[in-house]
Design a protein around this ligand. Structure first.
Ligand code: CA
Length: 232
């Protein structure tokens, strides 16, 4: 099986080495870049399964870089885990809005970074991460082969869009997902205010069909939605 390739774009040597060592330990192939320019060069030669992107880099802002990647069809779907030294809530929202898939403030716990990195890779390439054919969150489960969803042991009939939307949320349990991201991932379209409404309506219908478990899909104000695991 091909190994998972991770590109780390980080100018701080201590942080870079910490992430690199943990990734190597976990059996990943690691490429590193110290600047956005180096990162862009790396992307021309190999397509990573995950980018760990520092926000403050010598030649620019990671958020802008993220946005550039999201506009480019070659890189649009590569999961991005953004790191930041600032850590304010506003920054988190900004990072997610501009296309990062997840966000960690420094100093972070390396175990947590690895867990989130695995989650993102699983989302991008399930076969690589070996997560099998099932996604689960408490009493909610999805059989990816049969395309069957169960809530509390009961089969639930979902429309294609409801199914795809739930899949995106399940793959990113406890991680806020923006409406823009959902539009792109589920409807394969880019955003405008009218299409945000489509996301909201689909979530509303999905919640209804999931019955008591529908409450697990929480609204994240000004951003989108997230699926909450039991105990969170
Ligand atoms: Ca930095």
């Amino acid at each position: 099986m091909r190994k998972i390739l991770v590109l780390i774009i980080e100018d701080d040597p201590a942080c870079r080495e910490l992430v690199k060592a943990a990734m190597l330990e976990a059996g990943r192939v690691v490429h590193v870049a110290k600047t956005l320019a180096e990162g862009a060069k790396e992307l021309e030669t190999a397509r990573p399964d995950l980018i760990v992107l520092d926000r403050g880099l010598p030649d620019g802002d990671g958020v802008k870089f993220c946005l550039t990647l999201r506009k480019d069809s070659r890189y649009r779907t590569i999961p991005i885990l953004m790191l930041t030294g600032k850590g304010e809530v506003e920054d988190r929202v900004l990072g997610l809005r501009f296309g990062a898939d997840d966000y960690l403030a420094k100093p972070f716990d390396i175990e947590e970074l690895m867990a989130r990195a695995d989650g993102l890779v699983r989302r991008g390439s399930p076969e690589l991460a070996g997560c099998g054919d099932r996604l689960e969150c408490g009493a909610l489960s999805m059989d990816l082969k049969a395309r069957q969803v169960q809530a509390g042991g009961e089969n639930v009939q979902l429309s294609r869009m409801e199914y795809e939307l739930l899949r995106v949320l399940l793959e990113r349990t406890n991680i806020p997902v923006t409406r823009d991201f959902l539009l792109e991932a589920v409807w394969k379209t880019s955003s405008n205010s009218a299409s945000h409404k489509v996301v909201d309506v689909t979530v509303m219908n999905l919640r209804k069909k999931l019955g008591a478990l529908g409450d697990r899909i929480a609204s994240v104000r000004g951003l989108g939605y997230k699926l909450i695991a039991p105990g969170h």
